[in-house]
Design a protein around this ligand. Structure first.
Ligand SMILES: [Zn+2]
Length: 319
């Protein structure tokens, strides 16, 4: 999946053998396969630092003239790839993962008008509706404050993005959570770019009976068993993810805190962007395109290969 612009062929969040530039929208591993030795990568400084903290070598490339990176609101450092109409006579935006709500520890999204919109499709169905972020955050804070009186509260979360958001949510109620080494390394990048996070790394903190912990979602059960054995008290488990709206987790509680747009937010994005044509990307792109068509938009799944300038110009000029 790519875009031809100003003589470049830019791969968008994946490996394209004949591309000369590679755009990485954010630091989640399902968006970084295009990083190759010797190939220039366009990404934010925050994302570069996050990737390098995970041992990835990134060769930064300059953003081509007429291209701007816009905040995507998904996680700290996440950006959209925007081809500006003022300099090119046509405009295109690729969202990557995005959301319309403002999350903690992340820059808020920027939306610009564009002739062509290439949009992520993680939650394509109108029947998945995320609750207001304030309500979900209040529920997380209320649950945690209450349960930590009785034992330990363990949240399973992705190490980059969601973990830092949860730390900010707990900091707001005066709790500095205990995190694993991996989260600790990512936190260092956040703090080096000015995000305030108050936390302790497990290996450096004194063992306590009642605390709030953030661990990798795959290690939640193992951590629960270890903590209960050591403290002889209950360890309550929770997840905070948009998938809480579509599936059941084996935890005591699940909070639908998503860093993606639901269908309602997608429509909000589209109405601000006013695209002439929409291409949907991701594993749900077929369903999402169908739903957008039902809502009255010209939408189809992004095809294999690259969108070239002639085609974009024809769309921009209404031909
Ligand atoms: Zn992501």
């Amino acid at each position: 999946m790519g875009l031809r612009v100003n003589g470049h062929r830019v791969a968008l969040d994946r490996h394209e053998p004949d591309s000369d530039l590679n755009f990485v929208s954010h630091a989640h591993s399902d968006h970084t396969s295009g990083i190759r030795k010797g190939k220039g990568t366009i990404t934010s400084e925050v994302t570069r630092a996050l990737l390098e903290s995970k041992g990835k070598k990134v060769t930064m490339a300059a953003v081509p003239p007429g291209v701007r990176l816009l905040n995507a609101g998904h996680m700290f450092g996440s950006r959209q790839f925007y081809v500006d109409s003022d300099q090119n006579g046509y405009s295109v935006v690729y969202t990557g993962d995005y959301q319309m709500q403002k999350a903690y520890a992340t820059e808020g999204i920027e939306v610009r008008k564009a002739d062509v919109l290439i949009i992520d499709s993680t939650y394509p169905n109108p029947n998945v509706v995320f609750d207001s972020r304030e309500d979900v955050i209040a529920a997380i804070q209320c649950y945690t404050k209450q349960k930590v009186n009785w034992g330990t509260v363990l949240f399973g979360a992705y190490s980059a993005g969601k973990a830092q958001e949860l730390i900010s949510i707990f900091n707001e109620i005066g709790i500095a959570p205990v995190v694993d080494e991996k989260v600790g390394e990512i936190n260092k990048v956040y703090t080096s770019f000015g995000v305030r996070l108050d936390y302790e790394v497990a290996s450096e903190s004194q063992p306590r009976d009642n605390f709030v912990g953030i661990v990798n979602i795959s290690k939640l059960t193992q951590n629960k068993i270890e903590v209960e054995r050591r403290t002889e008290r209950r360890a309550f488990t929770a997840v905070a993810t948009g998938w809480a709206k579509v599936m059941t987790f084996e935890t005591d509680v699940q909070f639908p805190l998503s860093d993606h747009a639901d269908f309602k937010q997608a429509l909000e994005y589209v109405s601000l962007c006013e695209p002439k044509v929409i291409y949907t990307v991701g594993s749900q792109s077929g369903i999402f395109a169908l739903q957008l068509q039902k809502a009255g938009y010209s939408a189809s799944p992004f095809f294999q290969g690259a969108l070239d300038e002639q085609m974009i110009k024809a769309i921009a000029n209404g031909r």
